[in-house]
Design a protein around this ligand. Structure first.
Ligand SMILES: NC(=O)C1=CN([C@@H]2O[C@H](COP(=O)(O)OP(=O)(O)OC[C@H]3O[C@@H](n4cnc5c(N)ncnc54)[C@H](OP(=O)(O)O)[C@@H]3O)[C@@H](O)[C@H]2O)C=CC1
Ligand SMILES: C[C@H]1O[C@H](OP(=O)(O)OP(=O)(O)OC[C@H]2O[C@@H](n3cnc4c(=O)[nH]c(N)nc43)[C@H](O)[C@@H]2O)[C@@H](O)[C@@H](O)C1=O
Length: 313
């Protein structure tokens, strides 16, 4: 019988048109996978239980990667907690219940570093989960993700399926969301500096104080790590995925400004939230599995800016 990780095995990438899903698709294709399955949210709304069960019953994937979610930056999370909770719970519960019914042997659930307490000890180990209060701007989203981790653990315990969870740090790359209000900081700054340069604006405004620290992983490295985990990781605990280093938002802005070629001033809008002061992941468990990132922040920002110029600007 074919192994679930053979290149001919049907692999369903939920959310295959998004930042993460499209990178997974590229990585799986590059690895020779020939039987990839995907559906847009217009074709298959994973919040709809019947549609989700019909889809999984038809395709019976050997591997499911859950990269479908309602995702957004700090303001989208702060202002739409109801949708971030409800949509994400429904998407992941429907997907996992349907995958359980067809006994999908291997499933990777993607969470986020925001599951950890706001003031977790740095770098954040997986064992910090549920040891303190969450960051209020994204607590609803974090609770949905924590429920997903528990869902994976429950299925493993009760049904013996080899499902796993990974917790990526902040991601960026091609096919990101560059919308000025709903996006994450890195694509937001690429757009803002590009537009400021084009209009010769004297200054660019950063949300918040610029002092929070964030860790950024290029999405192609994340996709590579996901494949590595599907091949080498099989345990109930979620596993962190990051680069093991972080920068301040001010430092990130200076890097993006240099990349874009913007030479004006930087100022701060202190009416916007800072969010978590720091969330550097401890990635020692991942490194011990023999994986490491290969794209530096400088190279990744340059490549993402080139992609933005070609596809969005
Ligand atoms: N971006 C980041 O910095 C981080 C992301 N993650 C996690 O990675 C995963 C993917 O995020 P990312 O790629 O950034 O997000 P995107 O917003 O780029 O992509 C999300 C994908 O989910 C699909 N989707 C959303 N709602 C539905 C629905 N109701 N039914 C079916 N499909 C749906 C979308 O489909 P369509 O395009 O067809 O509408 C889209 O392809 C998420 O679980 C997120 O939590 C974790 C850490 C950081
Ligand atoms: C991935 C992660 O993403 C979110 O958490 P976050 O890390 O706080 O995300 P962010 O990228 O939006 O902001 C990072 C920092 O950057 C500052 N900042 C400056 N200027 C802009 C700006 O223009 N846009 C944005 N978005 N932020 C800006 C901003 O004020 C903050 O201090 C959650 O959705 C969470 O749920 C989650 O999982």
């Amino acid at each position: 019988m074919r192994s679930v990780l053979d290149s001919g095995a049907p692999v369903y990438v939920a959310g295959h048109r998004g930042l993460v899903g499209s990178a997974l698709w590229r990585r799986l294709e590059a690895a020779g996978y020939t039987n990839l399955i995907g559906a847009s949210s217009a074709e298959l709304d994973l919040r709809d239980r019947q549609q989700t069960f019909d889809f999984l019953r038809e395709y019976r994937p050997a591997v499911v990667i859950d990269a479908a979610a309602r995702v957004g930056g700090i303001l989208a999370n702060r202002d739409h907690p109801t949708e971030f909770l409800s949509d994400n719970l429904r998407i992941q519960v429907n997907l996992m219940d349907a995958a359980l019914e067809v006994r999908t042997p291997r499933l990777l659930f993607l969470g986020s570093s925001c599951i950890y307490p706001k003031f977790a000890e740095q770098p954040i180990r997986e064992s910090s989960l549920l040891t303190g209060e969450l960051e209020p701007t994204n607590d609803a989203y974090a609770i949905a993700k924590i429920a997903g981790i528990m869902h994976v653990q429950a299925v493993r315990r009760q049904y013996g399926l080899r499902w796993i969870s990974a917790m990526p740090t902040n991601l960026y790359g091609p096919h990101d969301n560059f919308d000025p209000t709903s996006s994450h900081v890195l694509p937001a700054l690429i757009r803002r500096f590009h537009e400021a340069k084009a209009s010769a604006a004297p200054e660019v405004v950063l949300w918040g104080s610029g002092t929070p620290r964030r860790e950024f992983l290029h999405v192609d490295d994340l996709a590579d790590a996901c494949l590595h985990l599907l091949e080498h990781y099989d345990a109930p605990e979620p596993i962190n995925v990051g680069v093991g280093a972080d920068v301040t938002i001010r430092e990130l802005a200076e890097l993006v400004a240099r990349t874009v070629g913007y030479t004006g001033a930087l100022s701060n809008d202190l009416s916007k939230p800072d969010g978590t002061p720091r969330k550097l992941l401890d990635v020692s468990r991942l490194l011990a599995l023999g994986w490491k990132p290969s794209i530096s922040l400088e190279d990744g920002v340059a490549a993402t800016y080139a992609w933005y110029q070609e596809h969005v600007a």
